[in-house]
Design a protein around this ligand. Structure first.
Ligand code: MG
Ligand code: MG
Length: 258
C-alpha cells in the first residue's frame, strides 16, 4: 500500500530534508583533495545531532555511518573510510536525517578540485535527469513516467542507467512503497496521487550499466569501473507540480562561494 501523507506530515518531512540539505551544504567546502571520507562523515554526524536530528542511515540494516560516500566507480552505499579524496574525483554523498518521526533522504555528487569535461557532463546530465523525473511526479501520472524521463535523458547523452537500485517511497520509514525505478515505460506502474512522498534518485553510469556489490556487503561499484553519479531529492506529489522537500540551492550557493 502506498501511504498518502497529510500536509502536516509533509511539513515534518520537509524539516528533516532541510536539515539534511544544510548538512550537505556544511560539508560541501570539505570536498577537497587530502581529506578522508571518514572525516567528512564525522562533520556531518555532528551537524545533524547539533541541530536536533539523528543520522537516518546509521544502524539502518547495520550501516555503520551517517553518510554513504561513493567515490568514482562506487555507485552508492560507500562506507566512509580512510580513503583520501584526490583532485579529479567525483564523490556521491547520500544522507539521511531522522527527526520528528520522519526520514529525509537526499544525495548530491560533488567534484573534487578540477574534474574532466566528461565527468562534468555526467554530473550535469544526472542532475538534469533527476529534475526531468521530478517534473513527471504529478497526480495522475504513473511511476513509469518518472523512470522513462530519467532513462531517456541519460541514454540520449550516451550514459547508462543503473537498474538494480531504485528510488522509493519515504516517510516514517526510510524505504516505503512504491519502488521508483530510473527506467521504464510511460503510462506503466502505480498511479501517483497527491500526498504521496517519494525519493527520486537516478544513478547514472559513464560506461555500462552493470554493477556489483563489494565484499564489505554495502558498496556498489560499476562492473567496468567507470565513474557513476547520483542525485536524489525527496518530493511530495501534488496536483500540478511536485513539491521538492530537500534543497540543492543551499549546497550550490556554498560551492559557488568557495
Ligand atoms: Mg538516499
Ligand atoms: Mg533513497
Amino acid at each position: 500500500m502506498i501511504e498518502i501523507k497529510t500536509d502536516e506530515e509533509i511539513e515534518l518531512l520537509r524539516k528533516s530534508n532541510l536539515l539534511l540539505s544544510a548538512t550537505l551544504a556544511n560539508v560541501a567546502p570539505l570536498m577537497k583533495p587530502g581529506i578522508t571520507t571518514l572525516e567528512i562523515d564525522r562533520v556531518a554526524e555532528e551537524y545533524i545531532r547539533d541541530h536536533g536530528g539523528v543520522p537516518g542511515f546509521k544502524g539502518y540494516s547495520g550501516f555503520p555511518n551517517t553518510l554513504c560516500i561513493s567515490v568514482n566507480d562506487q555507485v552508492v552505499h560507500g562506507i566512509p573510510s580512510n580513503r583520501v579524496l584526490q583532485e579529479g574525483d567525483i564523490v556521491s554523498v547520500d544522507c539521511g536525517v531522522f527527526m520528528n518521526g520522519f526520514h529525509g533522504d537526499s544525495a548530491y555528487t560533488f567534484a573534487v578540485g578540477e574534474i574532466s569535461e566528461e565527468l562534468q557532463n555526467l554530473i550535469r546530465v544526472t542532475r538534469e535527469a533527476l529534475f526531468l523525473g521530478i517534473a513527471k511526479a504529478v497526480a495522475g501520472n504513473r511511476i513509469g513516467d518518472i523512470g522513462h524521463a530519467i532513462q531517456e535523458h541519460a541514454e540520449a547523452n550516451r550514459f547508462s542507467v543503473v537498474r538494480e537500485m531504485v528510488g522509493h517511497g519515504v516517510g516514517r520509514n526510510l524505504h516505503e512503497e512504491p519502488e521508483v525505478p530510473n527506467y521504464g515505460r510511460p503510462g506503466t506502474g502505480p498511479m501517483l496521487r497527491e500526498g504521496m512522498t517519494i525519493a527520486i534518485e537516478p544513478m547514472i553510469n559513464l560506461g555500462r550499466r552493470q554493477i556489483y556489490q563489494e565484499r564489505d556487503g554495502w558498496t556498489i561499484r560499476t562492473a567496468d569501473h567507470k565513474p557513476s553519479a547520483h542525485f536524489e531529492h525527496s518530493i511530495a506529489v501534488r496536483a500540478t507540480k511536485a513539491d521538492v522537500l530537500s534543497d540543492f540551492e543551499i549546497i550550490d550557493k556554498v560551492l559557488n562561494n568557495n
